[in-house]
Design a protein. Structure first.
Length: 142
């Protein structure tokens, strides 16, 4: 991790990143307890790690990154995203939106508010997406 990414990640944790990562972990735990939610729990834990330290990483479409569709990026992925949205996605997105609004009030918080808005989009539709290093290969759309 570069020194700039480290600095931004520390500032991110202070400006709401920690609490939203806790929200993702809680969602993952609740889904894991229900047994039916196990397929979504792993994704929630992966995104919790990304939410805690997002700088130096990015979220991409798994189908575009790998060059082919798989179970999560096809029609079953769409169904999974709809189920996710009903079970946990809407309240995680709402948390990111509320944090973004609070951060947007300050000039220094605007870049972090923008990052929370991106995470709100991920919270609504996470299946078929993956977290990759920001300086790694860019898949088919280099």
């Amino acid at each position: 991790m570069s020194p700039l990414s480290l600095l931004l990640n520390v500032l991110w944790i202070v400006t709401g990143g920690f609490w939203m990562a806790v929200g993702w972990v809680v969602a993952g735990l609740v889904l894991a307890i229900t047994i039916i939610g196990l397929p979504w729990a792993r994704a929630a834990f992966n995104i919790a790690a990304y939410t805690l330290l997002p700088f130096g990483y990015r979220v991409v479409s798994r189908a575009e990154y790998t060059g082919h569709e798989d179970l999560g990026s096809g029609p079953l992925g769409t169904l999974g995203n709809i189920i996710w949205l009903v079970l946990a996605g809407w309240w995680l997105a709402l948390g990111h939106l509320a944090t973004a609004v609070l951060l947007a009030v300050t000039i220094i918080g605007i870049p972090f508010a923008w990052a929370h808005l991106k995470l709100a989009g991920l919270a609504v539709w996470p299946i078929g997406r993956m977290v990759v290093p920001a300086d790694g290969p860019r898949g088919l759309w280099r």
